[in-house]
Design a binder for this molecule. Structure first.
Ligand code: XMP
Length: 318
């Protein structure tokens, strides 16, 4: 019978035997998978695990700072690299969703590679790949989803980095990864997190990306997510976020007409992201959240709620 405790015990032993005294590099994303993979490797090889956490400038509000502190508390040997300016610069003027994904993926590899080279004599690259990631990349390579979206989590390794790959979670499903994390004493604030796409807010800002738009969306998203937590709804939702739409609409403030941004809120139920249903959030919650957003976030005068299921709508709008 599979149990998380037994999995941790055997995997740690296997990792020790396989890796020995070698150095391992791992990219942390703030998500559940890379964090649990890091913790397993940390248990096995301690500070021979070198974690790199890149801020691409498209993370949630205060995410980079908060998560970095948590990683350090967990005892991980982690380096935070703030490359926001480099990403936002490279993204200037790009409004095509796949174009944005390609730029974010390319810059990530460049930044990560620069950092990886600073770890002398590294032999391994660890990844938080889980079982469904592998299925999806395989099916995507032949099917239409490859054209629709190029997920960049898998196989993002430049050829000239001849590192061996170690993927301790590659046989696990998400719920098992969470149970493994819990059995190692990891906190609910990391294990219970919603999935968040690699390109981050970059694919939730429809059209081109500017630092101003990122700042607006970070505020909107923070109000929405904090609200879900405050109302006890966060754990009932599989994934939630806000989209900044590329349209301005007319509003009124006092005697003045305004012409400002519209945001769409999205919250879905799902088990693996392949299909999803919109969540029937309480009207009172939506009402309060909409008021908070419009009152507090300058430049937004309209909030809508996305009531589309996947398929045919995807979870992200890009
Ligand atoms: P969609 O929008 O395809 O999303 O219904 C399904 C799940 O995948 C996430 N997603 C991505 N994750 N890189 C990622 O790492 C991407 O380019 C990407 N696009 C979508 C999405 O957030 C959802 O969890």
């Amino acid at each position: 019978d599979w149990t998380p405790d037994a999995f941790v015990e055997t995997t740690v032993e296997e990792l020790k035997a396989e890796i020995g005294q070698d150095k391992v590099i791992l990219g942390l994303s703030g998500g559940v998978d890379s964090s649990v993979a890091a913790m397993l490797l940390h248990k096995a090889i301690g500070d021979h695990l070198h974690c790199i956490f890149v801020n691409n400038g498209l993370l949630r509000k205060n995410e980079f700072e908060n998560v970095l502190v948590q990683y350090k508390h967990m005892g991980l040997n982690v380096k935070g690299v703030d490359a926001s300016a480099r990403f936002l610069d490279a993204l200037k003027g790009e409004s095509d969703p796949e174009g944005k994904r390609k730029i974010i993926g390319r810059v990530f590899i460049e930044v990560f590679d620069d950092e990886a080279h600073k770890v002398e004599n590294a032999k391994w690259l660890a990844q938080g790949t889980i079982y469904p990631d592998r299925i999806e990349s395989v099916s995507a390579s032949g099917g239409p989803s490859a054209v629709i979206k190029s997920h960049h989590n898998v196989g993002g390794l430049p050829d000239y980095m001849k590192l061996k790959i170690v993927e301790p979670l590659k046989m696990l499903f998400k719920d098992e990864v969470r149970r493994v994390g819990a059995s190692m004493g990891m906190s609910e604030s990391i294990l219970g997190r919603h999935p968040f796409p690699g390109p981050g807010l970059g694919i939730r800002i429809l059209g081109d990306i500017t630092p101003e738009k990122v700042a607006i969306l970070q505020e909107v998203d923070a109000i929405f997510i904090e609200g879900l937590k405050k109302w006890g709804l966060y754990d009932k939702v599989w994934q939630a976020g806000a989209m900044l739409l590329p349209v301005d609409s007319v509003g009124v403030m006092g005697d003045e007409r305004t012409y400002e941004k519209c945001v769409a809120l999205r919250a879905v139920e799902s088990t693996d992201g392949m299909t999803a249903d919109w969540v029937n959030l309480p009207y009172e919650f939506l009402q309060k959240t909409s008021n908070d957003i419009i009152n507090k976030v300058k430049g937004v005068n309209r909030v809508v709620y996305d009531i589309s299921s996947k398929p045919p709508a995807t979870i992200e709008w890009e």
